[in-house]
Design a protein around this ligand. Structure first.
Ligand SMILES: [Zn+2]
Length: 279
């Protein structure tokens, strides 16, 4: 997709126009046909590949504006037959390698070779239960494939380094989609998840935005967490997260104007399901 439209005014926007005025268009673009939120994908060039810039979106089924395939970096999943087994997410066991592995024999240091090999999306099987000791990443994958995933009566227990439970109880009581954050979610720790459609830097902090960053929810990482993010998730640039799905264990607060902002203490309380362009 190389043309999108603004959500605010329905005005067409090309990739060139977007790059020329990112601040105006950020968080305000959608697919012209199916009206799903879109994100910008930079052009890149390597010895072998020359790709022009484009826009990505999670198009509605059947939308023919989708011209470029994106796939998620899901790991080969471990099918389990435990439909309602309890989840124990042990944060100490979540390494960055569970999210993203860079190619070990990267000869050129180019952007392209940083992506993991494309893996086939796993079909949603009747046996995609959730066993013990799986990471937040796997929870995110399940939620992305089935937003009602958490409604099967599972329980969750997220244990911090100290052995103290950070979140314990029914999964459905603790997961909150980014597009469904409400005032009553403030004041207690929750597991937020959804798509990051754009990012921006503000006073050294990184904002991961669901949409319009003035009105719609954002995850805010201060400078220190931002550097941790780049290091721990092996990112060259935060823009690699455009279009990713995110899951984060944290707290939400509201600005006087009612905008929700989510914060957390460590990057280990976050995970991403990245979107890569299929070549
Ligand atoms: Zn579309």
């Amino acid at each position: 997709m190389i043309i999108v439209e603004t959500i605010s005014g329905g005005v067409n926007c090309t990739t060139e126009e977007y790059e020329g005025d990112v601040d105006t268009y950020r968080g305000d673009i959608q697919c012209i046909k199916c009206k799903k939120k879109a994100w910008f994908v930079r052009s890149y060039k390597t010895e072998k590949i020359d790709r022009m810039a484009c826009f990505g979106a999670k198009h509605k089924d059947g939308c023919n504006a989708s011209t470029i395939l994106f796939s998620s970096d899901d790991e080969q999943s471990h099918e389990e037959n435990a439909q309602s087994e309890d989840i124990r997410v042990d944060l100490d066991k979540i390494g960055s390698q569970s999210i993203y592995i860079s190619e070990p024999n990267n000869k050129h240091g180019d952007e392209e070779s940083d992506w993991t090999a494309s893996k086939k999306d796993k079909a949603i099987g009747n046996a995609s239960g959730f066993p013990l000791n799986k990471s937040l990443r796997q929870l995110l994958t399940n939620l992305c494939k089935n937003p009602e995933y958490g409604d099967k009566g599972q329980t969750i227990n997220i244990v911090a380094d100290s052995g103290v439970s950070m979140i314990k109880g029914l999964l459905s009581d603790h997961i909150v989609p980014l597009n469904n954050i409400k005032r009553e979610h403030a004041g207690s720790r929750k597991i937020f998840w959804g798509t990051i459609n754009n990012l921006n830097l503000k006073d050294g902090s990184l904002w991961l935005n669901y949409g319009n960053y003035n009105t719609e929810p954002s995850i805010i990482l201060d400078q220190e967490l931002r550097f941790d993010l780049l290091r721990n998730f092996k990112l060259k640039d935060v823009s690699e997260l455009d279009g990713s799905d995110v899951i984060i264990v944290g707290n939400v607060g509201f600005s006087p104007r009612g905008k929700a902002t989510i914060k957390t203490g460590f990057t280990k309380y976050m995970s991403f399901r990245r979107r890569k362009r299929e070549d």
